[in-house]
Design a protein around this ligand. Structure first.
Ligand SMILES: Nc1nc2c(c(=O)[nH]1)N[C@@H](CN(C=O)c1ccc(C(=O)N[C@@H](CCC(=O)O)C(=O)O)cc1)CN2
Length: 291
C-alpha cells in the first residue's frame, strides 16, 4: 500500500485564495484586518514560521505588524510589547510566537494578551471557551489537522485517534477538537509517560505525532490503512526537517501528511482564517451597533 498524500500546501493555497476574497469584502466595508506577531529570540525555526506568516498576510491582503525582540529580552520588555499590540488599533489580532526563551513565564505573557485579539486560540479565555464548547478562535495546528482530514474524506466520527504529545499548541488542544460532537472521535493521548506506546498506535485509525522525536512512529507501529499526520519538527545538522514519522510508514498507511508540506502550511492558513473571521465578527458588531 502507498499512502495518499494529505497535501497541506495545496489545501492551504485554496483556503488562502478564499480568504483573499473575504479580505477584499472587508476592505470594501472599511475594515482592514491586521495580524501582529511577537517573536522573541533567534530560533531559526520560529524566524522561518513568522516570516511565512507575514508572506501569507501580504498574499491575502492582511496588513502585518512585526515586533521582534532579542533573545536577551526579559519578562518586562516582552510584556510591554504585548501591551503595545493590545493597544495598536491597526492590529486586529496577533500571536506570540512559541516557544519563548527559557526563563520567560509564557503563561503570564499569554494571559496579558487582549483575548479579543487572540488570533491563535491560545489565550486562557479562548482555551476555556473551547472546553466549554463556546465560540472561540481555534488553535491553528489542531484546526488545520481536522480541516485536512475532512478535506481528504478521512472518517473522523467513531475513529480511534492516538495523539502523541502533550504540548499546548497541539497535544493538549487537538483532543478537545476531535471529541466535540461535530467530530465524535475517541481519543487516546500518549506522552513520554505512556507504557507500550506501540500497542496504542497499532489500534489507531488516525495517528497524530507531535512528540518532537525524529522517526518515533515506525512502519510496524501503524495499522494498515490508518491516517498518519506528522507534526514533529526536529532538524538535522544542515537544518533539514526530521519529522516524528519514519518514511517507511508511507508504505503501510492509507493517508500520510508530508513534512514539510503537510500540517505546517495548514497552521498558517488557519491563523489567517482566525484573523479574517475575528475581523468579520468585529465589523458585524460595529455595523449592528450603528443601525
Ligand atoms: N504562537 C504559536 N507558536 C507556535 C505554533 C502556533 O500555532 N502558535 N505552532 C508551532 C510553529 N508554527 C506556527 O507558528 C509553524 C510550524 C510550521 C510551519 C510551516 O509552514 N512549516 C513548513 C516548513 C518550514 C520550514 O522549512 O521549516 C512546512 O511544514 O511545510 C508554520 C508554522 C510552534 N509555535
Amino acid at each position: 500500500m502507498t499512502a495518499q498524500i494529505l497535501d497541506g500546501k495545496a489545501t492551504a493555497a485554496a483556503i488562502k485564495s478564499d480568504l483573499a476574497a473575504r479580505v477584499e469584502a472587508l476592505r470594501a466595508r472599511g475594515v482592514v484586518p491586521g495580524l501582529g506577531t511577537l517573536l522573541v529570540g533567534e530560533d531559526v525555526g520560529s524566524q522561518k514560521y513568522v516570516a511565512g506568516k507575514h508572506r501569507d498576510c501580504a498574499a491575502v491582503g492582511i496588513t502585518s505588524i512585526r515586533r521582534d525582540l532579542p533573545g536577551t529580552a526579559g519578562q518586562e520588555e516582552i510584556e510591554a510589547a504585548v501591551r503595545e499590540l493590545n493597544e495598536d488599533p491597526a492590529c486586529t489580532g496577533y500571536i506570540v510566537q512559541l516557544p519563548l526563551p527559557r526563563g520567560v513565564d509564557t503563561n503570564r505573557v499569554l494571559e496579558l494578551m487582549d483575548p479579543e485579539k487572540d488570533a491563535d486560540g491560545l489565550h486562557p479565555m479562548s482555551l476555556g471557551r473551547l472546553v466549554l464548547n463556546e465560540p472561540a478562535p481555534l488553535p491553528c495546528t489542531p484546526n488545520g489537522i481536522v480541516y485536512l482530514l475532512r478535506r481528504y474524506g478521512v472518517e473522523i466520527a467513531g475513529a480511534q485517534v492516538v495523539v502523541v504529545g502533550r504540548g499546548t499548541t497541539v497535544g493538549r488542544t487537538l483532543p478537545l477538537l476531535l471529541t466535540r460532537r461535530s467530530e465524535n472521535a475517541t481519543v487516546t493521548q500518549c506522552h513520554t509517560g505512556t507504557r507500550e506506546l506501540s500497542e496504542h498506535l497499532r489500534r489507531a485509525d488516525i495517528v497524530v505525532a507531535a512528540a518532537g522525536v525524529p522517526h518515533l512512529i515506525k512502519p510496524e507501529d501503524v495499522k494498515p490503512g490508518a491516517a498518519v499526520l506528522d507534526v514533529g519538527v526536529s532538524r538535522d545538522e544542515s537544518g533539514r526537517i526530521l519529522g516524528d514519522v519514519h518514511p517507511g510508514v508511507a508504505e503501510v498507511a492509507g493517508w500520510i501528511s508530508p513534512n514539510p508540506g503537510g500540517v505546517g502550511p495548514m497552521t498558517r492558513a488557519m491563523l489567517l482564517h482566525n484573523v479574517v473571521e475575528m475581523a468579520e465578527q468585529a465589523a458585524d458588531r460595529a455595523e449592528g451597533g450603528r443601525s
